[in-house]
Design a protein around this ligand. Structure first.
Ligand code: GCW
Length: 710
């Protein structure tokens, strides 16, 4: 068997392998380029054009003396939105690529090159487009110093941080390649460090490094943000506290912003995780989110900077509100009570960053209700490409169908009253917001640790640009650009339902938290099952208005009515909204417990099927990439079987109902390996560290839950 030359995956989807003689001849006129745009991004666009022409074997670029002698013209059209583009094909062999601004031109060029990659004819290139959301952002959860639990990136396995935090000024060609990759899918903002932020991100030597990085990213239309620790004035500035109403504290933040903008004039701003999972925040000093965010936002405002304030806050006492325990017990309710009343109160340059779902990034968790409840606030929806609860770097799971559901969820019920879908809410002209995702990028040669995870990043960029585009179309394009036309169909077929498959053998039907507590990779329902509401009487969490936590009541009435009733609630989210007896009958007459057993078994069988299909792709691509994915799929199947056996044995044990097909029972040998010593030591270390930090930052008491380990 003849294989094409091996590839590591480093080029991701930006591959320009030699074209046939016919293909080269068709592209030859495009070697003559006239660039009318004096802009950094236009320069990058030109470089990318040259790189593609060289790679395809068409030849070396020639800068045309005039538009008349050029085959392709780069120009501006100020009538287009700044990031928008239009491509015109004159029919006489000339292509004009127009941008509203330099970055618009760059996106237009990237789009044309992508289309030429998949064999489009010049006449098919004409078109026009502009992004939906003004900010399309990646959030890195990269640590400046690797921590013993997560390593150098929180929730990412398969590689370390791509950033050289000891010296960001040290030239690393990878930074530029990363920025190219992001620009090719329209990402225009990157927050480079973990929301669990180390204060040192604001140290003068780090700022020098960030300026170097910003210089590279700027050429690709990308602005930088950093996550900051709310108690930075204490840790870095030596102040006694970080009370946002203390003038000394406010002055410290202003001086810090001035220092940054002196070096990075187009700096985006800060992202803050405050009063969440042990992190300091205004609550530490008896203040609220509005005062806390305003203090930092006002330091950024004179420079045009934006503050992202996260709404991922839970575990703080809801006491004093007279709420029944069934309401306060549900973690999904916490951010609602915490933020709902603050709608319309934040400063103009504050964007409230809300996770796509209320509990956490559980596999198929329904959309967060805060989007619909905070219509007078600038909003950002935060997704995760990291697969924290969906198999990390081992399991292939393409999330775009889930992201599409969330983005197009009618958060306000009716568009008529000025509301709309989540994608529309974050794109409002009068309250511009953002679409963000936690990045799945690391320093492995193929960027993700799992080649197929590239599909997630590619799709995210595309969806943030155009939330309504059919996810499958994006997948097909990614597959063809990454693996070539012969392999594309087969690769896309495997990924198309892969997220459902991962959910089916991990946390199906809207179940949450049965994974092991620390890394969320292995199953551990014995230790961690409260979130899934598992008990002798049944399974699932009662969030109904009638008997449960009432969370359903925050949704628009039509959706609330649909999911309140277990008979009409979609099976995919049934156990997120309902606690049901094990033998509850589903629509087709099957019992709930049996559906779960079958689902787990079928999910693993589907991974076996993916492996067979991948074997059939041997010879359609280079051997190196083929073998990499083949190995990952083998690992996935093994680990999926571990999930199936462990969880189903546990379900049999708790429910007392055996599988009618005889596969699972409480008598099965337990594969469960309780190696707990290291785990509990890590928990103790974490608690000690948080207690020490709190003492250092002058916190005045506060509830124990704030320092509770997550
Ligand atoms: O899902 C949880 C994760 C934490 C993460 C946190 C957050 C960065 O387990 O690792 O911390 O969410 O989003 O802040």
């Amino acid at each position: 068997m003849q294989f094409p030359p091996d590839e590591s995956g480093y080029e991701a989807w930006l591959r320009y392998p030699p074209k046939s003689a016919e293909g080269r001849a068709a592209l030859a006129p495009f070697l003559w380029v006239a660039n009318r745009v004096d802009d950094l991004c236009a320069g990058s666009a030109l470089c990318e054009w040259a790189r593609a022409m060289r790679g395809w074997g068409v030849g070396k670029l020639i800068i045309a003396a005039s538009e008349e002698t050029a085959g392709v013209v780069f120009a501006l059209d100020r009538n287009l939105p700044a990031e928008g583009w239009r491509v015109e094909w004159s029919g006489d062999g000339r292509l004009r690529i127009l941008g509203g601004g330099g970055s618009g031109l760059l996106y237009g060029v990237m789009t044309v090159l992508g289309r030429l990659q998949t064999g489009a004819a010049p006449a098919q290139l004409a078109g026009e487009s502009a992004p939906a959301a003004p900010l399309r952002m990646l959030n890195h959860w990269d640590n400046l110093v690797a921590d013993p639990v997560h390593g150098s990136i929180e929730r990412v396995r398969g590689g370390d941080t791509i950033f050289d935090w000891t010296d960001l000024t040290y030239p690393n060609p990878r930074y530029e390649d990363y920025a190219r990759m992001l620009a090719s899918v329209g990402v225009n903002a990157v927050c480079v460090n973990n929301v669990n932020a180390e204060p040192e991100i604001l140290a003068p030597e780090t700022i020098r490094g960030l300026a170097a990085l910003a210089g590279i990213f700027r050429r690709w239309g990308i602005r930088l943000w950093v996550s900051v620790n709310f108690a930075s004035p204490v840790f870095l500035g030596g102040l006694r506290g970080a009370d946002p109403l203390d003038p000394e504290v406010a002055a410290w933040w202003r001086a810090k912003a001035d220092e940054i903008y002196a070096k990075i004039p187009d700096f985006g701003g800060w992202l803050v995780k405050a009063d969440s999972e042990g992190k300091p925040g205004p609550g530490t000093y008896g203040r609220g989110h509005v005062e806390g965010s305003a203090c930092l936002a006002r330091a950024l405002a004179p420079h045009g900077g934006t503050l992202f304030w996260r709404a991922f806050v839970y575990g703080r006492s809801l006491a004093g509100r007279g709420l029944p325990e069934r309401v306060t017990r549900d973690r999904a309710n916490h951010p609602v009570y915490e933020f709902r009343d603050l709608d319309g109160c934040f400063d103009e340059n504050v964007i409230l960053q809300v996770k796509c779902s209320a509990v956490d990034f559980q596999t198929w968790e329904p959309a967060h209700v805060l989007f619909g409840l905070m219509r007078r606030t600038r909003l950002c929806v935060e997704f995760a490409l990291t697969k924290e609860y969906a198999g990390l770097d081992v399991h292939a799971g393409w999330e775009a169908p889930y992201f599409r559901d969330v983005l197009n969820f009618e958060a306000t019920g009716a568009a008529a009253d000025g509301g709309g879908t989540i994608a529309e809410l974050v794109a409002r002209r009068e309250l511009p917001g953002a679409i963000a995702a936690v990045a799945n990028v690391n320093n492995s040669r193929n960027w993700f640790g799992h080649l197929l995870h590239g599909a997630s990043l590619f799709s995210f960029g595309r969806q943030a640009w155009a939330p309504r585009v059919e996810a499958r179309r994006i997948l097909d394009e990614w597959a063809e650009r990454t693996f070539g036309a012969t392999a594309a169909g087969g690769v896309a077929e495997i990924l198309a339902d892969s997220y459902d498959t991962v959910a089916s053998y991990t946390m199906p039907m809207g179940l949450t938290y049965i994974s092991e507590f620390l890394h969320h990779f292995d199953p551990d329902p014995w230790e961690n099952h409260q979130g899934a509401g598992i008990g002798e009487d049944g399974i699932g969490t009662d969030r109904t208005m009638k008997t449960g936590s009432g969370y359903i009541g925050w949704y628009p009435p039509a959706f609330a009515a649909l999911v309140e009733n277990a008979e009409t609630c979609p099976e995919r989210v049934l156990l997120y909204f309902h606690h049901l007896p094990w033998t509850h009958r589903l629509a087709d007459g099957e019992t709930l417990i049996q559906r779960l057993y079958d689902g787990y078994a079928d999910g693993v069988a589907t991974v076996g099927e993916y492996r067979r299909r991948w074997r059939a792709l041997l010879g359609t691509m280079d051997l190196e990439r083929w073998a990499h994915v083949a190995e990952k799929l083998a690992l996935q199947e093994q680990h999926a079987a571990r999930w199936r056996d462990l969880v189903c044995r546990y379900l049999a044990e708790v429910s007392g109902v055996a599988d009618k097909r005889g596969r699972f029972s409480a008598r099965m040998p337990s594969p469960h390996n309780r190696v707990r010593t290291a785990f509990w030591k890590a928990v103790a270390d974490y608690k000690a560290r948080v207690a020490k930090e709190r003492a250092q930052m002058g916190a005045e008491g506060g509830e124990e839950s704030r320092v509770a380990v997550k």
